[in-house]
Design a protein around this ligand. Structure first.
Ligand code: ATP
Ligand code: MG
Length: 754
């Protein structure tokens, strides 16, 4: 018996080729990630390699988490010593570990998109560059591109022509500010270790010696710094195993370089190449659709996936009246999957091209009471109150973080106005001090009026006190202390508005997350916590507020890479949305279909996430930039062979079909599964029943749901029923869980007597 028994011969060969460079080039769902995982288990358990000699890089924290738990299931506790994570997470770890050798501050801060925009706005202001000459967003995009091409400010200035000298100047100032704040942005997080390791060969040599094996998943989406990092770290033992799929390269717009995978054989002439073509994930119909779609791309190596699995259900294409109707249809379909197919909400994913599409879906899901999470959304952590709380914590971890200090010095209000602040900033600048240090020398800033001086002294006192608490208290207690001592909770308490209550709830969730974190982690330090949060963006699902394990996942197609779900609903299949208008325009103006091909690969990624059920939806009208716009179906839909698709329409029924409605009413709802249900017409209009009709059966009459009783909710725990309304499928309860009141739909909430 070997661990590798769970692999087919081609996969086994890949997992067993443990010496020298190895490229696994294979289609979606063919077991690439599985091979990586089994290979790690084989190396550790069967060949006796110590786990710390391994480095495995994945694309999202979610994928890393899944890989770690798969390995843990095979090798147990030893998996804790593995370095598995996203490029960003691995790099943050490497930077902290070797900070001293690199001459860096260990307690650096990681800046997210909002921080980076705030910093950029300040720099543009300081350099007196008006927004019409250079928008912060544009400046950031150009700098990001430069960083991903490993071009530093000096080189940038050299290469930039006359017109781009302004950007060069901004880039240089931006870098100085980052360093002064002891901060890295997301691009730096990868480029900086590469630069440092190039500068410190002795440190590099230690890592090279340590990592006997380096494994990289989703290699087709690595950019230049990522490519350099992986090859540098693997150079010692040359056991570099990369896996990828050229058809799933979806980050070229962000600097991912497909050549990294296509040229692997050139970079490593002795590389073994393994191809896998058997798909284990999807039904034959889903695969045929995926193969047909990707077949329309010219720029690819070419491969066909096949499966021994069942033919499966037809794919469904549903046209809805507008985006609201689409959201209603999506929710209705999920409810049917849960009720009729016995799927758990967590087995369903709703995918879309742009984040903006999530709003309508979210609203409809909220109404239904179905549990859901938005994967990859940093929204929770982007909320003002959460960012404020984190700014306090970040300042405690890294006193040089001026950006965080500026965020909270007058939040809640302490009477520190802009003028006083500018005196402080000027003084700090002249003395070349950080703002925290300047705050402790207020006596030397005569311009301050007595009131501001006092307010600043109090703020400095607060930060110093909290700094002491940082060493004395554990993480959740520190969080609580920060919110109380800073006056933040008082400020919210005094405000009776529903918004303030929602803010308090969010802060409670943050504290709950800190609690959970400190129970799960071996070393739950403040720094570790901040790092996990910082690295959650941009494509991630880990670290959502707790209590949402079995929930429908909502995410962009980009975030779905590498994942799989029994049922997938892919929304917004419309021209100018998917493919995006940018891609459509580019094709028209430059007559090159590269952007369209990338969109098509993204569609291929979307289709291949589905195991059994796939719904594609589009709307005839969609709210875009504040107005309702006519939409045309996506060109990609026509690329799916029609015999695989069942067409449906959803929404207001046109008159001639009234009869069908009457008929539907007359038939009592059944609990038949989709597969048992009589097959609807192959092509043509098939009306989707309204949810009310379908779930007419009532859940009433169960005594434990009376007002005043206690119940148990799978995510929110024990709660007391305060009120009830509606009946049947609309039966809703208001329940108090702890300090929060939630409205739940009885039909889906899985309540038990508590
Ligand atoms: P993607 O390109 O989407 O990242 P992948 O090639 O990484 O896909 P995996 O996620 O590793 O594919 O595998 C897809 C599914 O097929 C998983 O559920 C996996 O467990 C299963 N699978 C792969 N190989 C086998 C096998 N030999 N026997 C049984 N199940 C398998
Ligand atoms: Mg994979």
């Amino acid at each position: 018996m070997s661990i590798l028994d769970g692999l087919n011969p081609a996969q086994r060969q890949a997992a067993q080729s443990t010496s020298g460079p190895l490229l696994i080039l294979a289609g979606a769902g063919s077991g690439k990630t599985r091979v990586l995982t089994y290979r790690i288990a084989h190396l550790v358990c069967e060949l006796g390699l110590p786990p710390w000699n391994l480095l495995a890089v994945t694309f999202t924290n979610k994928a890393a988490g899944e890989m770690r738990s798969r390995v843990e299931a095979l090798v147990g506790e030893a998996a804790k010593n593995l370095w598995i994570g996203t490029f960003h997470a691995i790099c943050a770890r490497l930077l902290r570990q070797s900070a001293e050798a690199f001459g860096l501050d260990r307690n650096f801060t990681i800046y997210d998109e909002e921080d980076r925009r705030a910093l950029m706005r300040r720099i543009l202001e300081e350099l007196r560059i008006p927004e019409r000459d250079l928008a912060p967003r544009a400046a950031i995009a150009q700098i990001s591109r430069a960083k991903n091409a490993m071009i530093d400010p000096a080189l940038f200035a050299q290469e930039a022509g006359f017109q781009r000298q302004t950007i060069a100047q901004v880039y240089a100032a931006y870098e100085v500010e980052l360093r002064r704040n002891h901060a890295f942005d997301f691009d730096d997080l990868i480029a900086e270790p590469v630069r440092q390791l190039q500068r410190h060969p002795e440190v590099l040599a230690r890592y090279q010696e340590r990592f006997h094996h380096v494994l990289v998943d989703e290699y087709q989406d690595t950019n230049r710094p990522q490519y350099l990092l992986a090859s540098m770290l693997a150079a010692g033992h040359r056991n570099l195993c990369v896996v990828g799929d050229d058809d799933q390269s979806i980050y070229q717009f962000r600097g991912a370089d497909l050549r990294n995978i296509l040229d692997f054989e050139r970079d490593y002439p002795d590389a073994k190449v393994v191809r896998l073509e058997q798909n284990y994930r999807s039904t034959a119909r889903i695969l045929q659709a995926a193969n047909a779609v990707i077949g329309h791309n010219h720029n690819r190596k070419g491969k066909e996936l096949w499966t021994q699995g069942p033919e499966g259900e037809s794919l469904h294409l549903v046209e809805c009246a507008d985006d609201r109707g689409e959201a209603r249809f999506v929710v209705q379909t999920i409810t049917r999957l849960v009720r009729l197919e016995g799927l758990a909400p967590g087995q369903v994913a709703v995918l879309y091209r742009t984040n903006a599409q999530s709003r309508a879906l979210e609203e409809e899901l909220q109404r239904s009471g179905l549990p859901y999470i938005i994967v990859g959304s940093t929204r929770f952590y982007e909320r003002k109150e959460v960012k404020d709380a984190l700014a306090y914590l970040r300042l405690l971890a890294n006193p040089a973080d001026d950006l965080s200090l500026l965020r909270i010095i007058n939040m809640p209000r302490r009477g520190i106005g802009d003028t006083a602040l500018s005196h402080l900033q000027l003084f700090a600048q002249q003395q070349q001090l950080g703002l925290s240090a300047a705050l402790n020398q207020l006596a030397e800033v005569p311009e301050l009026n007595p009131r501001s001086r006092k307010a600043m002294e109090e703020f400095a006192g607060l930060i110093n006190r909290l700094g002491k608490s940082k060493t004395a208290l554990d993480l959740p207690a520190l969080g609580q202390e920060v919110l109380e001592e800073s006056g933040y909770l008082d400020m919210l308490q005094e405000d009776n508005s529903p918004e303030a209550e929602a803010r308090r709830e969010n802060l409670e969730q943050l504290l709950a997350f800190m609690n959970e974190f400190s129970q799960e982690q071996e070393e739950p330090t403040l720094e570790a916590f901040l790092e996990v949060i910082a690295l959650m963006a941009p494509d991630d699902g880990v670290g959502q507020p707790p209590g949402r394990q079995d929930a429908v996942s909502l995410m962009t197609l980009h975030s779905a890479k590498g994942l799989e779900f029994p049922a997938v609903l892919l929304c917004g299949m419309e021209e100018n949305l998917f493919p995006t208008s940018r891609a459509v325009e580019e094709e028209k103006s430059q007559r090159n279909g590269q952007a369209i091909e990338e969109e098509r690969r993204l569609f291929y990624v979307g289709i291949t996430r589905a195991e059994r059920f796939l719904w594609l939806t589009c709307a005839r009208q969609r709210f875009t930039y504040g107005s309702l716009v006519e939409a045309t179906p996506s060109r990609f839909l026509a690329e799916i062979p029609p015999q695989l698709l069942e067409l449906e329409q959803h929404g207001p029924r046109p008159a001639p079909h009234r009869q069908a409605k009457e008929q539907f009413k007359a038939t009592p709802p059944t609990r038949k599964s989709f597969s048992e249900a009589p097959a609807p017409k192959k092509v043509g209009i098939h009306y989707v029943p309204e949810p009310e009709a379908e779930f007419a059966e009532s859940v009433e009459g169960e005594g434990f749901l009376a007002v005043g009783s206690w119940v148990l909710h799978p995510s929110w725990g024990r709660g007391k029923i305060l009120a009830c309304d509606g009946e049947g499928a609309q039966h809703r309860l208001s329940i108090r869980f702890g300090t929060q009141v939630k409205r739940v739909m009885v039909a889906y909430a899985q309540l038990e007597p508590g």
